[in-house]
Design a binder for this molecule. Sequence first.
Ligand SMILES: [Fe+2]
Ligand SMILES: [Fe+2]
Length: 133
Amino acid sequence: MYALSEAMLTGVPQLDGEHQDLVLCINRLEDAERNGDLAEVLRLLAIFKSGLAEHFAREEAYLGLISFPRLDAHAKHHSETIVALERMVEELQAGASILGEIAAQCFNELLQAVLLMDMQVINWRADRQLAGA
Ligand SMILES: [Fe+2]
Ligand SMILES: [Fe+2]
């Protein structure tokens, strides 16, 4: 079971809610993986991918709204994450990877990195507020 740690909360309710939904999806993936249900794993990976893509789009709109200066780099990392996920799905479909590590990879390699990038936004915002901007 994966969970968002306190340190990974942005304090923006909508973003935290969406991050939470992504974690829930990974937990369902983990269950399907444990049951050896490849079809269900692939179905959940597709849901995870569209959830991520929708979240990224909304988040990028929000970053534009608050004039986040590193929006381009942030958005680039978002698209690289989708590409990495697509590669994982392809490898799984091609039989090049086996069930057992998929949920862990989604959480540890993809989502954690995504959340770390989001924390840069939160730190930037907090600094700006401290500066009275
Ligand atoms: Fe992000
Ligand atoms: Fe995010």
